[in-house]
Design a protein around this ligand. Structure first.
Ligand code: ADP
Ligand code: MG
Length: 676
């Protein structure tokens, strides 16, 4: 039997796909409950309790308790030491999974051999890999790890097939995730995701504990939080009061401590206003995501609530008030993730081809993937982003690595990083791999390195020299990586890397007059600035058609003369054609790096097509820089640019400066093309 497992921070759930009813169904635990607390308790007598029983122990303080260990997933830290044994989050997750599986097997009366397990979208490589291993430690296959919000959208999209853009708002016990998804008949496409992994229902519980304890301190001058067991009891109880406030207008909270006792009343209104900053924190995460995608609330059709904490009535109320969007509340709030995983488990099974064809799912990566490189001035290490965040997975990026003549090294060390900062130590150092087995005759070597996010969001690296695949071995990341913040010992290579630059110019009618003249002037000086033996240029015009005005050449005069051939409207009046495929063909297969600079002043006819072509360029390791004038559309240009800051907006009088900036970046090896 195949199941889907929502391995939550606070609660977990298991579902299977019922072929008879064509619906996902929950597999209840041995208490007959759909969700099981993600808690493990180590008792003094050596017994280990998991789930419901362990949660009971949590409040009365017996034994050693492990809860919310998902927060430490994949970091290798020891969460619990008991009876001389150390347990990491991965070990504890394996124990929890084993318990969930056993209960689910009892409920279904069938053995489980495969499970799709869900993780928060922002989980990094190590956390995903650890989750997969925890599942495999239970003796089952884990064919796929999927993102929780994607699973929720699948479960929703499976029932509703209308074309919609959904914002999945997932507020769980310890995490907040927001994901924007396109649901159409038969397909679910994740557009982008963002999260805050230290924000969740626990923070609302903590607000209640603070509310009552602050009052208690005022009144009796003793703080119940000073005594750990009392504090734990209060935290567990607060969760109950919080749930009561989801159905009642007020709740009465008794406290007894050091002989003093009192009752406090908390109304829902008070609760909502004292936790407003938490709601605002979720709003920030949503808006941050929409900004980065160039979207607005009006682009969202519905907000899909997910995660137990969205049961708080304040959540939907808050969201409605500032978004003006429809907020979908549904009974499946904390089951949708497990159900979506169950559907996926079925989707990926080999004997359900009919269903696989019936639904396509595509997801994105929550973090940019970069490689440790040396800045062109040789003074510091930088994170060179290879695959931008919110790229569709699987996603691949190829980059070249050069070894300069005279350097006889037989191995290359590659460090991969996950994060958005250019400063390596602000990112998470994912892995170290060592590439060996290449041929080095001391005359300079070029190695192709391929970075790949697979569909589970796990990173893989391959390398080749020409057609020959090379050995790539993982090594542990050294404990001390402070050197990444320092001065690189090796000076960067002074070998010039060949550059192939295709300049694509919009020739639609709106470029008539001043714009085209400014463009020609700017391109002339751009070419002069960059021109050298190693740099080839090509000139491409586009409108309703595309024309290669000049093939690649490193002859400056030839390329400068060809600029004169650019005439507005010579390729039609509009911009129905994307020049990217043509540019890719012109510069593809050339040694060195490929760069496409696109100048446009309008909105293109076939944008999806252009975005697909841009993805093709990215796959070939070609960098696209997009310059927008006038009417050009911000979000579209960001989509086709393959590097951050690769979309530049400017005006006619600043166009020369903009081209100048790009020339500087290209010669400094920035714009994602620094190789070393
Ligand atoms: P996770 O996926 O992080 O484990 P869940 O989605 O299961 O979390 O949500 C658990 C959180 O939801 C807990 O903080 C719990 O207190 C909260 N929760 C569950 N039911 C309710 C409710 N009726 N009212 C308010 N909060 C609730
Ligand atoms: Mg959850």
């Amino acid at each position: 039997m195949k199941v889907g497992i929502d391995l939550g921070t606070t609660y977990s759930a298991v579902a299977r796909y019922d072929k008879a009813s064509n619906k996902p169904v929950m597999l209840n635990n041995s208490f007959g409950k759909e969700i099981t607390p993600s808690v493990i308790c180590f008792l003094d007598d050596g017994d280990i309790l998991v789930g419901e029983d362990a949660k009971d122990m949590q409040s009365n303080g017996t034994g050693v308790n492990a809860a919310a260990f998902k927060r430490n997933m994949g970091d290798g830290s020891i969460v619990v030491s008991f009876n001389g044994k150390d347990y990491t989050a991965e070990d504890l997750s394996a124990m929890l999974l084993k318990h969930l599986i056993e209960d689910a097997e009892k409920a279904a009366g069938e053995k489980i051999d495969e499970a799709v397990i869900t993780v928060p979208a922002y989980f990094e490589d190590a956390q995903r890999t650890a989750t997969k291993r925890a599942g495999e430690a239970c003796g089952i296959k884990v064919p796929k790890i999927i993102n929780e919000p994607t699973a929720a959208a699948i479960s929703y999209g499976y029932k509703h097939s209308a074309d919609k853009t959904l914002l999945v708002y997932d507020l769980g016990g310890g995490t907040f995730d927001v994901t924007i998804v396109r649901v159409t008949k038969g397909s679910i496409e994740v557009i982008g995701t963002n999260g805050n992994h230290i924000l969740g229902g626990k923070d609302w519980d903590a607000a209640i504990v603070k509310f009552v304890c602050d009052r208690f301190v005022n009144e009796f001058d003793v703080d119940p939080r000073d005594d750990l067991p009392t504090k734990n009891e209060l935290i567990v109880a607060a969760e109950g009061y919080k749930k009561t406030l989801s159905i009642a207008e007020s709740v009465t909270i008794p406290i007894n401590y050091e002989g003093c006792s009192e009752k406090y009343t908390l109304t829902r209104d008070e609760f909502e206003s004292m936790t407003e900053h938490l709601m605002n924190a979720t709003k920030e995460v949503c808006e941050d995501l929409m900004d980065s995608l160039g979207m607005q609330w009006t682009d969202i059709d519905e907000i899909l609530l997910c995660g137990g904490s969205t049961r708080m009535p304040g959540v939907a109320k808050f969201l409605k008030s500032f978004t003006g969007r429809e907020v979908v509340t549904h009974s499946d709030t904390d089951l949708a993730v497990a159900k979506g995983a169950a559907i996926t488990a079925e989707l990926y099974s080999s004997n359900a081809t009919g269903m696989r064809a019936a639904m396509q799912v595509s997801d994105v990566t929550a973090h940019s993937l970069g490689a440790l490189s040396v800045s062109q001035d040789g003074k510091k290490y930088v994170n060179e982003i290879m695959i931008k965040r919110n790229s569709k997975v699987p996603s691949t990026c190829k980059k070249q690595f050069s070894i300069k003549p005279g350097n006889m090294t037989d191995k290359i060390e590659v460090y991969t990083l996950q994060g958005e900062s250019r400063i390596p130590l602000d990112c998470n150092v994912l892995a170290k791999v060592v590439i060996t087995g290449f041929y080095n005759d001391g005359k300079g070597v070029i190695i192709d390195i391929e970075y790949n996010y697979d569909e589970n969001g796990i990173v893989n690296i391959r390398a080749s020299q020409g057609e020959e695949p090379l050995d790539v071995k993982s090594e542990p990341v050294p404990d001390d990586i402070r050197w990444m913040g320092g001065d690189p010992h090796d000076k960067p290579s002074d070998v010039k890397i060949a550059k192939n630059i295709a300049i694509c110019v919009d020739l639609s009618r709106s470029m008539e007059g001043e714009p085209i003249e400014a463009a020609k002037d700017s391109i002339r000086s751009f070419v002069r600035t960059l021109s050298d033996e190693q740099t080839k240029f090509s000139l491409i015009g586009f409108g309703d058609k595309v024309k290669v005005v000049q093939e690649l050449t490193n002859d400056t005069d030839v390329i400068i003369n060809s600029i004169e051939e650019l005439k507005v409207k010579m390729l039609g009046r509009g911009t129905d054609a994307s020049p990217l495929d043509t540019a890719r063909m012109v510069i593809g297969g050339q040694p060195g790096v490929g760069i496409i600079v696109v100048l446009t002043d309008g909105i293109w006819g076939k944008r999806d097509n252009a975005v697909d072509q841009a993805l093709g360029c990215r796959t070939d390791g070609i960098t696209i820089i997009a310059i927008g004038l006038g009417e050009a559309d911000t979000s579209f240009l960001r989509q086709i640019a393959t590097v951050d800051d690769g979309a530049l907006f400017t005006t006619i009088d600043k166009l020369g400066d903009t081209f100048g900036t790009i020339a500087t970046a290209i010669s400094a090896g920035n714009m994602g093309l620094a190789v070393r």
